[in-house]
Design a protein around this ligand. Structure first.
Ligand code: ATP
Ligand code: MG
Ligand code: FE
Length: 336
């Protein structure tokens, strides 16, 4: 099927067109710079930016795909989780397109979108896999079957901060630019990952995560170091602690559940050190590692179209025309 996907859960307006697992065209606009001076995403600003960017993004995606609206079989949209006003903007647009084109509408879980992004690069997922979702708002280890049909089993989740949130907060502590993830990664390039030994919370204690203690440890270190603070060393040491815990637990989860494929997705999966350490540990453990390219790790519309495509292929019924935004939708299934 040819599916148009719309993503507006946070500050990226993403539109993608996917046909039978293949990405035909995509467009992305971001209001990130407008939020920078507030140090975080301002919902009203994000919603307004989505409103301005949506139609141009849809046009650009069609242009890149070289097709027109008459060739679209279904419309997929992120209906949760995310910022309420931001979600509502995308949902209203998706409903309007579905109605105007007389095509079915599929509400999609944002995090299932992050997982499905990988299929656009690496092909269909195996019948069983473990997914590590590491994004700005979530950190979860999941046991997956068929993404379109089966319920998602949570093996572990963060008890406090998400991994991306930890990167963003540590960036602020280190006086680095917003958003923090890429800035910390950049600073870490010239640092020694062994310079400071930061805590690895909850290792050997199941599959839950905790990153707030790590953030506090960085804050204490920054305070103690004062003017002698070596930003690259702290950034590299922090990044190492995050990558270490994430990859250890993910590999353990695969081995414990007899699953041979680990897929790592979400914005933090763009992190070079996490990718390298995961590759090394999966190789040692005999696991197949799948990670989408960085452009498909962060929020985009193609990943939502990819879930819609899987739902259509599995014969899932369309969502109700009354589908509402669910800002805190739990990840139990891909289809909302
Ligand atoms: P969620 O998906 O949980 O709703 P989100 O959509 O805001 O949250 P994503 O777009 O998936 O999150 O990811 C953004 C997060 O990824 C931010 O916290 C950002 O700092 C982090 N991030 C992006 N690139 C990198 C990188 N190279 N290294 C580490 N973190 C990164
Ligand atoms: Mg974003
Ligand atoms: Fe996201």
């Amino acid at each position: 099927a040819v599916v148009l996907g719309i993503e507006t859960s946070c500050d990226e307006t993403g539109v993608g067109i996917v046909s039978d697992g293949r990405l035909l065209g995509a467009a992305l606009a971001s209001s990130m710079e407008e939020h920078a001076r507030f140090g975080g995403v301002v919902p009203e600003i994000a919603a307004r930016a989505h409103l301005e960017s949506l139609v141009p993004c849809v046009r650009a995606a069609f242009q890149q795909a070289g097709i027109g609206p008459s060739e679209i079989d279904a419309v997929a949209v992120t209906s949760g989780p995310g910022l309420a006003t931001a979600l509502q903007t995308g949902l209203a647009a998706a409903k309007a397109y579905a109605l105007a084109w007389d095509r079915p509408l599929y509400g999609v879980h944002h995090l299932a979108g992050h997982v499905a992004a990988d299929t656009l690069e690496n092909g269909p997922l195996p019948s069983r896999s473990v997914a590590l979702i590491v994004s700005g708002g979530h950190t979860s280890l999941l046991l997956l079957g068929d993404l379109a049909r089966d319920p998602v089993v949570h093996l572990g989740d963060t008890r406090d901060d998400a991994a991306g949130e930890a990167f963003d907060k540590v960036a602020r502590l280190l006086g680095l630019a917003y958003p923090g993830g890429p800035a910390v990664a950049e600073a870490a390039r010239d640092g020694d990952p062994g310079a400071v030994v930061f805590p690895r919370a909850m290792l050997g204690a199941g599959y839950d995560f905790s990153f707030s203690g790590l953030k506090s440890a960085v804050a204490r270190h920054v305070e103690r170091a004062g003017s002698t603070l070596a930003v690259p060393d702290v950034a590299a040491s922090f990044q190492e602690a995050v990558a270490d815990v994430l990859t250890r637990k993910a590999v353990e989860a695969c081995l414990a559940h007899g699953v041979d494929t680990l897929v790592i997705v979400g914005g933090v999966a763009a992190n070079r050190r996490l990718r390298d350490l995961a590759a090394e540990r999966c190789r040692t453990a005999g696991l197949t590692l799948r990670i989408p390219p960085p452009s498909l790790c962060t929020d985009n519309g193609a990943m939502i179209a990819a879930v819609g495509d899987l739902l259509v292929a599995s014969g899932a019924p369309p969502s109700s025309r009354h589908l509402a935004a669910d800002p805190s939708a739990p990840l139990n299934r891909a289809h909302l």
